[in-house]
Design a protein around this ligand. Sequence first.
Ligand code: NAD
Length: 248
Amino acid sequence: MTADSSRRRALVTGGAGGVGAACARSLAAQGAYVIVADRDASGAAAVAAEVGGESWAIDLTDTAELESLTLDVDILVNNAGIQSISPIEDFDPAAFRLIMTVMLEAPFLLIRAALPHMYEQGFGRIINMSSVHGLRASPFKSAYVAAKHGLEGLSKVTAREGGAHGVTSNCVNPGYVRTALVEGQIAEQAARHGISEAQVLADVMLAKNAIKRLIEPQEVAGLVAWLASDQATMVTGASYVMDGGWTT
Ligand code: NAD
């Protein structure tokens, strides 16, 4: 399938599931032609078929491929992410590097590949899926918190450089969202602390929340779609928290 040239082209990384799949759906509902990028080739193909877009089977640790890339997309959603939890003194250095590659270096390389086309046409939207952990720390998440804080800096520099070219760059900062990534953490923490999964949710994950529930992926995707829209032209260098009051 080829894109109609009047439609905006959006690339969503980690689009095979969770928040990324929801973003693919909401951007497509807003009229965009969506390229669903993920290392999960069949998952990406399924979401692409659902939204009438295309899939791109890519492992974002393949930085050599990303370095030589040029992208002709109008909207880039840097969403793919992973998690690894351990005290710093036990943190596997390879796991730390993997998180930094997928969640900071790959977004940099994709932004780098997308900006020339965006600058040429005087329009672009970079949306970086950060987290409350881009703004706050939690124990045992050194790599994740460091990568997300780095992504916040990258997003702000992109905003500074892109402003004169019609390119905005923003972060979205969710609290806990109901996805596979969080379901994995709930199970892991229940085993680690010897408590039930319901207790992990109530006493650990939602303890600081004003609104005591997980965020739904489509709620985050609604914010992403707004940031990609013409209404958000003056929004850049910002970080939009959606956390049920977690950080207040
Ligand atoms: P998820 O695990 O449901 O989906 C992540 C997707 O990224 C998967 O489809 C996976 O295949 C893909 N991916 C992982 N590594 C990849 C790689 N090397 N190359 C290509 N694709 C890769 O996760 P999610 O919860 O939807 O998280 C999406 C983003 O939202 C992440 O950046 C995460 O940090 C952020 N976030 C999530 C939450 C949450 O509570 N779920 C909260 C705040 C921020």
